[in-house]
Design a protein around this ligand. Structure first.
Ligand SMILES: [Zn+2]
Length: 235
């Protein structure tokens, strides 16, 4: 009964505030969520989860041991698809990260990408930054993945120190900065597990590498894989 009422309320609200595709702006129809079917078909998917030796895996493994790595789509700031990441991150629409994360996980699951993974660990955000934004988009992506796979999310194993933004630094500056930021605050939660680090977008890989280093420094026996919604193409 409650779900019927919720559906009616959703339809009523949609009359006045129609939901639109985050990529093209076209009004969504029944069955579409966040991204319309046309844009979903045209999404620049990486297919990384189908190739264990993909370019993202190699980009990260050359810095630190890793089990698997994949990202849903190629990321470019100039692509209309960047609005999936930007709207979820900066425009107060975390549900987009959840929906797309859930969809990607459902696509990946049949190929065994999640096989043996014990837990999802979102890349942490400093508590003050999270309080200002209202959410950590990496946590929301992880929750979407969890909804599709049933793999639990561990929220409080890692923490991030307060820091200057990474976005205006070069690659070397980002790596040095990232090493100072991330740490494991509860190693017992990760001990003996195969965990999957989850983030919204991977650019230089400095953040993921710093998290891997922090985990392996603090936890003796922990295997790490990586999942993101998007990754820049390596040059
Ligand atoms: Zn669209």
């Amino acid at each position: 009964m409650l779900s019927v009422a919720r559906r009616w309320w959703h339809d009523f609200v949609s009359l006045f505030f129609p939901e639109v595709c985050v990529v093209c702006g076209r009004r969504l129809v029944a069955g579409e969520e966040a991204v319309c079917l046309v844009c979903d078909c045209g999404m620049p998917r990486t297919g990384f989860h189908l190739d264990a030796d993909n370019q993202l895996y190699y980009r990260l493994i050359c810095r630190h041991p890793l089990e698997r790595a994949a990202a849903m789509m190629h990321y470019s700031r100039h692509s209309p698809y960047s609005s999936v990441i930007i709207t979820a991150k900066y425009h107060g629409r975390p549900e987009i990260a959840r929906i797309v994360g859930r969809r990607y996980a459902a696509e990946m699951a049949p190929c065994g990408f999640f096989s043996g993974v014990d837990a999802l660990v979102p890349v942490p955000m400093h508590w003050w930054k999270k309080a200002r934004r209202g959410y950590n988009q990496a946590e929301v992506v992880a929750e979407g993945v969890s909804e599709a796979t049933g793999i639990p999310v561990i929220h409080d194993a890692m923490r991030a120190a307060r820091h200057a933004t990474q976005t205006r630094k070069d690659a070397a500056g980002r790596m040095a900065n990232a090493r100072r930021i991330y740490s494991v605050c509860n190693p017992a939660l990760l001990e003996g597990k195969h965990i999957m680090l989850v983030d919204d977008v991977i650019t230089t890989g400095a953040t993921i590498t710093a998290c891997c280093e922090a985990i392996h420094k603090s936890v003796g026996n922990c295997r790490v894989s990586v999942l993101a919604l998007a990754a820049t193409v390596s040059g």
